[in-house]
Design a protein around this ligand. Structure first.
Ligand SMILES: [Zn+2]
Length: 306
């Protein structure tokens, strides 16, 4: 049984007119999942993350800034791309809370796999800073919860968003219990994620040149990232599932199709099956062409269902 975590509040985060990270993205995702082939999804309303859960990965100052949010009737720009409106704090709390609840469900044996259909995304948020459309680092909060509340010794985070998950790397680069493996376009925002950024041996960055497609993506995962993930023998597999490496995406120049997302999802599910009793939590990150995003999430969730 696949659990789907989401919350209506995630549709109420509006970074302003013309912003690419808009509520319609999540509407497209939920619409794609509102289909007969996904009828068996176990749909759960995401709870709010707690301050204690956030404090494992974010500074008190950063948490307070997001909790305070935008002044009444105004927008608050935390960086030029990362803007809070009236619904943003609640959306951020539910997005991170979804991943914590999903981790509880798979580690508590209630479900084998879960997908969190949430926004704002998370993987650019560092310990100290909101950036790149991200307020809290949802997946990092989930990983830290698995370490702190369950005593896990090996948690893998696989990140196939087209951008480097600099925030996740920042949070865990000195934490050997977390292995972070990322494929991303280079050069591209946020200009980090070089192969020689290795943390304490727990960071594995794989880069794709502009114009790369299915062949290069699969070669990178099969040749470099998946072998490292298997060698780590994770007890839990978390996925930062961004779909902006699709060929139609306006923010990048990688040429994947939805079938590539089914492929990587099957490989990551096999990783979880081999080492983690199947326990896997995937969370939405980027993806800015709504048609492509809907098709890719359909392929991803279809592969998660198996
Ligand atoms: Zn992205």
């Amino acid at each position: 049984m696949l659990r789907l975590y989401t919350h209506p509040a995630c549709l109420q985060h509006d970074p302003g007119p013309g912003h690419v990270e808009r509520p319609a993205r999540l509407q497209a995702v939920l619409q794609a999942l509102d289909h007969d082939r996904f009828a068996a999804l176990d749909r759960i309303e995401a709870p709010r993350v707690t301050r204690e859960q956030l404090q494992r990965v974010h500074s008190a100052a950063h948490i307070s800034e997001v909790l305070l949010g935008a002044p009444a009737g105004e927008m608050l720009a935390l960086d030029p791309d990362t803007v809070m409106g009236p619904g943003s704090t609640e959306a951020a709390l539910r997005a991170a809370g979804a991943v914590v609840a999903a981790v509880d469900a798979v580690l508590g044996g209630e479900a084998r796999r879960a997908f969190c259909a949430v926004r704002p995304p998370g993987h650019h948020a560092t310990r100290e800073l909101a950036m790149g459309f991200c307020l809290f680092n949802n997946v990092a909060v989930g990983a830290a919860h698995a370490l702190a509340a369950y005593g896990l010794k090996r948690v893998a985070i696989a990140d196939f968003d087209v951008h480097h998950g600099n925030g996740t790397q920042d949070i865990f680069e000195r934490e050997p219990r977390v292995l972070f493996a990322s494929s991303h376009q280079s050069p591209l925002y946020p200009d980090s994620g070089r192969k020689d950024e290795r943390g304490v041996g727990n960071i594995v960055n794989g880069t794709l040149s502009p114009g790369a497609g299915s062949h290069e993506f699969r070669e990178l995962w099969e040749g470099v990232l998946l072998p490292r993930l298997h060698a780590f023998k994770p007890q839990l597999v978390l996925v930062s599932a961004g779909f902006d490496a699709h060929r139609n995406d306006p923010l990048a120049d990688i040429r994947l199709g939805s079938e590539d997302y089914a492929w990587i999802t099957e490989r990551l599910a096999a990783l979880a099956d081999a080492h983690a009793d199947g326990r896997m939590v995937s969370t939405l990150e980027g993806g800015y062409d709504r048609g492509a995003l809907a098709a890719c999430v359909g392929a991803h969730v279809g592969a998660l269902i198996g």
